[in-house]
Design a protein around this ligand. Structure first.
Ligand code: ATP
Ligand code: MG
Ligand code: MG
Ligand code: MG
Length: 436
């Protein structure tokens, strides 16, 4: 993209309404604009990050054998009466009436809807197991929407659901999703720790939350310091080998890690004091096993091998896709702005033309831009060098290709790595080889 023709409205001043760094930086970098409390419009660079995160989720969910679907945001209240959650959910649910006075709602989650779809579509044990997910907008009328996209009212969530014939198979699905989630977070370039967690309004008896450590996190977390260094998405494990899934699960759950709601002071006391870590975490995902809670209440059963009907065992699996954009910034920024991990950055590189209008400089910049294409944001504005440097640091591109008339005359560019601040004078080809 050419910055001169893009809607990336960066702001120099600190926005007064933003209390935490990710909210400030997302506004200042021109990624989002608030429309109502907790409701945001995503501008071009913000949307690119949102899509990058969603696509990392898609690729790893496919490897784990999950199928993507898309369900509507608006649901019928009757569905939720079947599970008993219409009244139980409380004021967080946005309730709507259509012109025929029918009660509808904007979905906060989709266990009921997918159970109803499965009830119509699947009749035999031969059709199971199934693992399905969507990436779709949710609405929860949070009491205190705050911290920008970290606690929005409308937010983008990946929600997945598993259907298995028995407990052992359901636990296997749960473990497969845990492995998939750990790989998703690792690919994004963030460290998220799996923690024993409460099940809340989804219900059930087994649950883990995934937390990115940050002082601004809303959850208190307790964990073994080993989680700060171990490889959390180990590549040696195979999704289709039960022993691998079990070994992975043991590795993730033997070390202590729990949110304040599930904190076990007795178990904690047994850990050597020098290994204990206490801090704050941002919940970026949660997985649940809840057995037949929904399949029984909603009358979903399949015919088993012996002709008897079986209520499938279910689990559900969420990732806060829009929350992650903010959470990654909380974990990766400095005083100058965002430091995007390569995998989620809106642009891999910015091309900074320091002398717009100088024929040699323009030519080299255009050459770079032609080679990098959509991976680059070309700062071709008629602006001071200082402004271009500041905006590039603010927006957080992993690489900056800085082109001035002196370098351009020698076919050289200055390549800056945002993460380290390192700079090097390189030929156009050598610089491109590093960036691509
Ligand atoms: P929280 O404890 O922060 O209220 P939750 O436990 O209610 O979240 P889940 O039902 O577990 O949320 O939903 C799955 C994921 O969706 C969460 O792990 C989180 O990443 C994301 N999420 C939930 N609520 C919001 C929100 N209001 N804004 C942005 N993301 C959210
Ligand atoms: Mg909540
Ligand atoms: Mg929670
Ligand atoms: Mg949760």
């Amino acid at each position: 993209m050419r910055l001169s023709r893009s809607l990336i409205p960066t702001i120099k001043e600190t926005p007064a309404e933003a209390q935490i760094v990710s909210h400030r930086l997302m506004l200042r970098a021109g990624m989002i604009r608030q429309q109502s409390a907790g409701i945001y419009a995503w501008l071009p660079s913000g949307l690119r990050v949102l899509h990058n995160i969603a696509n990392i989720v898609r690729a790893e969910q496919a490897r784990a054998g999950a199928q993507e679907i898309l369900m509507p945001t608006i649901q019928s209240a009757d569905l939720w009466r079947e599970s008993g959650r219409y009244d139980a959910y409380g004021p967080e649910m946005l309730r709507i009436r259509d012109r025929h006075d029918r009660e509808m709602l904007y979905g906060p989650t989709n266990e009921e809807m997918l159970t109803a779809i499965m009830r119509e579509s699947v009749q035999s044990y031969r059709d199971l197991p199934q693992m399905l997910y969507q990436i779709q907008w949710k609405f929860r009328d949070e009491v205190r929407p705050r911290f920008g996209v970290l606690r929005g009212r409308e937010f983008y969530m990946k929600d997945g659901y598993s259907f298995d014939l028995d407990y052992a198979a359901a636990v296997s699905s749960y473990r497969r999703m845990m492995l998939s989630y750990m790989r998703i977070f690792r690919t994004m370039g963030v460290r998220a720790i799996p923690m024993r967690a409460d099940t809340g309004p989804i219900g059930g008896d087994l649950s883990h939350e995934f937390h990115i450590l940050a002082p601004t996190g809303e959850s208190g977390v307790f964990y073994d310091k080993a989680f700060e260094s171990i490889d959390l998405g180990n590549d040696t494990y195979n999704y289709d080998t039960q022993a691998d899934l079990d070994a992975f699960f043991d590795q993730m759950t033997t070390l202590y890690a729990a949110t304040d709601e599930k904190h076990d002071t007795e178990a904690w006391a047994k850990i050597p004091e020098s290994d204990r870590r206490e801090g704050r975490g941002i919940e970026v995902g949660q997985i649940f096993y809840f057995g037949t809670k929904y399949s029984e209440k909603m009358g979903f059963s399949v015919v088993g091998p012996d002709g008897a009907r079986i209520h499938p065992e279910m689990g559900s699996y969420g990732i806060g896709v829009s929350r992650l954009t903010g959470a990654i910034i909380e974990a990766s920024h400095d005083d100058a702005g965002i430091i995007w991990p390569d995998a989620v950055a809106p642009f891999r590189a910015a091309i900074l033309n320091l002398r717009q209008g100088d024929a040699t400089t323009d030519k080299l910049c255009e050459d770079l831009y032609a080679r990098l294409g959509d991976a680059a944001l070309y700062d071709d504005r008629d602006a001071r060098a200082g402004e271009k440097f500041a905006d590039a640091d603010l927006m957080g591109h992993p690489w900056q290709l800085i082109v001035g008339p002196r370098g351009a005359a020698k076919n050289q560019v200055e390549l800056k790595r945002r993460h380290t601040g390192e700079r090097a004078e390189l030929s156009l080809e050598d610089a491109l080889a590093k960036v691509l």
